[in-house]
Design a protein around this ligand. Sequence first.
Ligand SMILES: *Cc1c(COP(=O)(O)O)cnc(C)c1O
Length: 366
Amino acid sequence: MTSLDELPIRDDLRGKSPYGAPQQTVPVALNVNENTHPIPEDVAHDIIARVAAAILHLNRYPDREFTELRRSLAEYLGHGLEAAQIWAANGSNEVLQHILQAYGGPGRVALGFSPTYSMYGLLASGTGTGWIMAARDDEFEVSTETAVRAVQEHDPDVVLLCAPNNPTGTPLALDTIRAVADAARGVVVVDEAYFEFAEPGTPSALTLLEGRPRLLVSRTMSKAFAFAGARVGYLAGDPAAIDALRLVRLPYHLSALTQAAALGALAHSSEMLAMVDEIRGQRERISAELSRLGFHPYRSGSNFVLFGGVDEPHAVFEALLERGILIREIGIPGHLRVTAGTEAETSAFLEAIALFAPERPNRIAV
Ligand SMILES: *Cc1c(COP(=O)(O)O)cnc(C)c1O
């Protein structure tokens, strides 16, 4: 086989690695922040009926403007949003790619606060956008002062605020988002992939959209909505800012099957989101138990917990995998990340990780 080095690949892609969360079939998969509860069967039947009806028309291209889906997403988000303020694509990764294609590109830069979602850097490189990683404060928090200082220093074309942040779980205060939106010259994207897992009553960046035409708020059906396999992400923002994305998307990018399935899921949003409280409870349980065991879990507004105090993360990762439990190494020394699963999955993780606890007098050496 030819190696990448021998191919006439773009110079700026040489030496880069693709997104690579391991995909393994294990009894307890807690590595990519999916909702581990399956879709309720009655919802599945409604989705099947809608997809079946769409199949009869697959000889035709789908609605390029996915009008009905936009209307349904606007209704789900509330906040008085209308269809013209909504965009959607095959996962919020594609939504973010559209933003970088339209507002980033060669000679332009995007700014994020490291460590953050690994796809931001990959999407930046794929679109020829420069990628600047500003530092976070202690405990992976980002204060308003830190955020605004970075924006003033780097004057980015695109700011990517992950709220709450992956892989740390850290919530981001609405005041900080507002200050960044008001300080930035470029577009400011608030990635609310995990918003539904925030403490009830937490205000969304959607509340800041009015009067801020360069602010974009992205969401996904992949996490709380238990729809990762369907690939549906979406965005709310000013109609003009969204119109620009039509310049870069591929025509008919959302298939008729995707649109039908998403409409089916949205028609049952409360059932689809029924497990969110339970998952939040498991997240709290993980944090409390990891603290008790002497690890250092970080504040989380998501469905996962980052924890420090792990002497040998790779060995612990492997030891858990041997027990059928897949969690995530995220490249921060001494740290691992785990998704809150069902009660049984969470118990399996907690029992296994306890074997490696700092507070355990004769813990298993790895
Ligand atoms: C999982 C995740 C997404 C969602 O990606 P999809 O393409 O919608 O599946 C987006 N942003 C962050 C920070 C994530 O962790």
